[in-house]
Design a protein around this ligand. Sequence first.
Ligand SMILES: [Zn+2]
Ligand SMILES: [Zn+2]
Length: 244
Amino acid sequence: MAKIYFLGTGGAGSYVSRGYPAYLVEAEDKLVLLDAGFGVDAKLHSLGFKVCDIDLVLVSHEHFDHLLGITGLLNALVEERCSKQLVVYGPQRAIESIPLIIERTGPRNAPKPVLKPLSIDFNEISLGGIHIKSIPVDHSVPTLGYSISTRDSKIVYSADTRPTRNIVEEARGAQILLHEVSMPSSMLNTALVTKHTTVGEVKQLLGIAEILAPIHIMHVAEEELRRISGRKIIIPVDGLIVSV
Ligand SMILES: [Zn+2]
Ligand SMILES: [Zn+2]
């Protein structure tokens, strides 16, 4: 069994009710953080977690809404008096930018993170009883989705992307697919240019995994998204916890 904590269900916009992208997976006594949007440290603390307890951070890409919470996580380690190093995997360009962000913006007194660049390919990572696979997706910069599997559960995270066969194939038979949706169907042209997914497109992914959880929800997509209903879809809000 695994638990998913929806820490930040918004995208790049600024909303009171939807924080920047961040999802915590708890499985096999391990904690894996998917993306690190601004304020992720506060979201973790509000659910009773310490940043010190996180075993792995998987960053999807270099865009600010997914990455800049890293500094808050490092600062939280100092406040928690934790000497453990944060282990961060992600595409090379995202990983390369982290030392520069820390050097320029701090915190410089935090334990240096262990940085693990990944190629834009299907990479495998083992963590105790958890098997992680990176999945190349189709976004405007090099981006990786991830799947997290245990003996009895599989969670697939699309990151920011156009709908892609790589994600569909990985999600087939999974317990849950967290798939980005940024725009209403009427903004398909913008989605094609910026390489995001529309509500109409995410709707077509219903039934591939047991549950579809649209994420990275921009306010312009919210109204159309709420019109999709059924047992196989949940529209998450920040703080939602789902067991699979
Ligand atoms: Zn984004
Ligand atoms: Zn992006």
